[in-house]
Design a protein. Structure first.
Length: 383
């Protein structure tokens, strides 16, 4: 359908009027519509809004929608298609950042300068680059329809955000790992068994908390990851009210099956005999949630005299040990629940470097090795 032509006029009262053909009556007579504004930009915005809504009425002259209102409406429209945890994050962005900045900014006035200034202010306030990038992506995705319907220009292409500098990944050294294992190996607390389980399977803390006994096949030594646990804001929106929520794993690739080492399988058999609950991580009749595991892990590190780290360092340690001991990227990627081996290789490149270095040093031992008869030096067969 051809886009109606908008003709712009200057009115005597100082306003700008935009007139367009909005249709025809039964006799074929042309019906005109009109929009008004303080300037040509506002008039064009209101005209585009009428076309985007597919309406045939002329909006009130004081009709306004702000950037904040538009993003809020988009979040409501998309809520059923996004994860509950993601929805909670977006709500925080709306309340803490977008509403204070754009609650009075009319949508048609939203431009590159306003968005770039917003980005700069957030960085100056001390927000991490990763968080600012996440807010920017949320705004951009929320504005996709506004851009498509020509309510605003595509103002996202030239916005500058610094690149994220990856922090040094905390990985326990072999010595630190042995200190931790030495401390917890003789104990039978679910917290201690949880640490061992993560050290030798690489599962995430939320996946550990969501693990049921029915997910572990002790006969075939196989563990199945089917859910994760997070503490999220309650649906009624009450202030500071949260609840434990059981969710599907992080991504489709996170639905996975992991073979269990024999020693770990035997520990779980003993643990199951003592634990009559539905979940593996239970303290009496109560489920252990991620923040409790995190708190207890800090105490384990203190007792083992190992430098502080968060629970996710256990997963990094598993991945690093696996690569150091010759795991191929595809196998490790599937065990970790990554969507592709590329993610694994990128994330744990430091481990590959150490692995390559040792292999190259080993290859260097061939230099000037004596030849025994016509036989190739046996060291070659060890590469």
């Amino acid at each position: 359908m051809e886009r109606p032509i908008l003709r712009i006029y200057n009115r005597k009262d100082g306003r700008i009027e935009g007139r367009f053909i909005k249709g025809y009556d039964n006799t074929g007579k042309t019906l005109y519509g009109a929009v008004y504004g303080k300037n040509e930009e506002e008039v064009k915005f209101k005209h585009n809004l009428i076309l985007s809504e597919g309406t045939s009425f002329t909006p009130k002259e004081d009709y306004k929608i702000t950037v904040y209102q538009w993003i809020e409406q988009e979040l409501e429209r998309r809520r059923s298609r996004i994860k509950a945890s993601t929805s909670c994050i977006y709500e925080r962005y709306l309340k803490n950042h977008i509403k204070p900045a754009f609650s009075e900014t009319e949508l048609y006035k939203f431009n590159e300068d306003k968005l770039q200034n917003f980005i700069n202010e957030k960085l100056d306030e001390g927000l991490s680059v990763r968080t600012v990038q996440s807010i920017f992506i949320f705004i951009k995705s929320s504005m996709a329809e506004a851009v498509e319907k020509q309510l605003i220009k595509d103002l996202f292409k030239r916005i500058y955000i610094p690149k994220v500098r990856n922090k040094d990944m905390r990985v326990f050294t072999e010595f630190e790992q042995k200190r931790i294992e030495s401390l917890i190996s003789s104990r039978q607390s679910p917290h201690d068994i949880g640490v061992l389980l993560c050290l030798y399977t690489g599962i995430r803390i939320g996946e550990l908390c969501g693990l049921k006994w029915e997910d572990i096949d002790l006969e075939s030594q196989m563990m199945h990851i089917r859910r994760t646990v997070q503490r999220l804001k309650t649906e009624d929106g009450a202030k500071n009210k949260t609840k434990i929520t059981y969710l599907p794993p992080k991504t489709e690739a996170s639905h996975r099956s992991i073979p269990l080492p024999l020693f770990l399988n035997n520990i779980l058999i003993e643990c199951k005999e003592r634990n009559c609950g539905q979940y593996v991580m239970m303290d009496g009749d109560k489920i252990i949630e991620p923040r409790n595991l995190q708190y207890n892990f800090k105490k384990i590190l203190e007792q083992a005299e190992v430098a502080d780290a968060n629970y996710h360092a256990i997963r990094h340690t598993f991945a690093t040990r696996a690569l150091e001991n010759g795991f191929d990227a595809k196998t490790l990627s599937e065990i970790l629940g990554h969507s592709s081996p590329t993610i694994t290789l990128t994330k744990y490149a430091h481990s590959l470097y150490e692995h390559k270095k040792r292999k190259m040093e080993f290859l260097g031992t061939l230099y000037r090795q004596p030849i025994v008869g016509n036989m190739v030096n046996p060291v070659v067969n060890q590469l």
